[in-house]
Design a protein around this ligand. Sequence first.
Ligand code: SAM
Length: 237
Amino acid sequence: MSVSNVSGCGKLYVVATPIGNLADMTFRAVEVLKKVDLVAAEDTRHVKMLLQHYGITNKLVSLHQHNEDKAALVLLEKLREGQSIALVSDAGTPLLSDPGMPLVKMVKEAGLDVVPIPGACALITALSAAGLPVTQFSFEGFLPRTSSARKAFFSERLQAKKTWIFYESCHRILATLQDMAEILPLDRQIVIARELTKLHETIVKTSLGDALLLVTQNDNMRKGEFVVIVDGAIEDK
Ligand code: SAM
């Protein structure tokens, strides 16, 4: 594995890590995390546990939402000096609702190599087992935090024909489904994918009305991390 390019600059590796099950690390991800000079991580304590699990003792620097512009400049300088860097987030693929975009943009604009090391990603994992159309879909990230903004968002998506998908937290899953049920038809098919790859993994495909009932009545369905997938609107005949 070459960690520097012809100009002597280092490469930036964007490395996906597991979203729950540590065994979902790829061989290539382990190899890269061992060989680079530096690992830039969203939460260095969190990533330390992952590295320890794979016997990786590499140098960690922090790159998170609040320091990323400044940290990216420092990391770009290190790449220019010939150091190779791996970028990881707490879980899944960096940049997908996670830090990393300013660094990747900066490195590419500087003409240096950015190498993706693919692996787990919650939205793709959920889509692969959802049983809803996936030929085309739109990923919406996290929804707005206020109820009125969420309802406005759902109104805009009401007639969308493609499957759409978003990330949600345990704190808002119930309120989000309640808002959705005020705007979308209750018979719209949705998938709630919870705690993917973990002990309590649950993937439920049902109508919006039944999903709301389930999440309201079952405490466990309000725990953990969530991906929600919504079927597109049926085309008018
Ligand atoms: N970059 C990550 C990825 O590739 O999936 C996503 C990071 S984002 C900050 C975290 C959100 O992803 C969670 O709030 C949840 O919506 C979703 N997520 C992450 N892991 C998950 C899991 N194991 N099961 C369900 N959803 C998960």
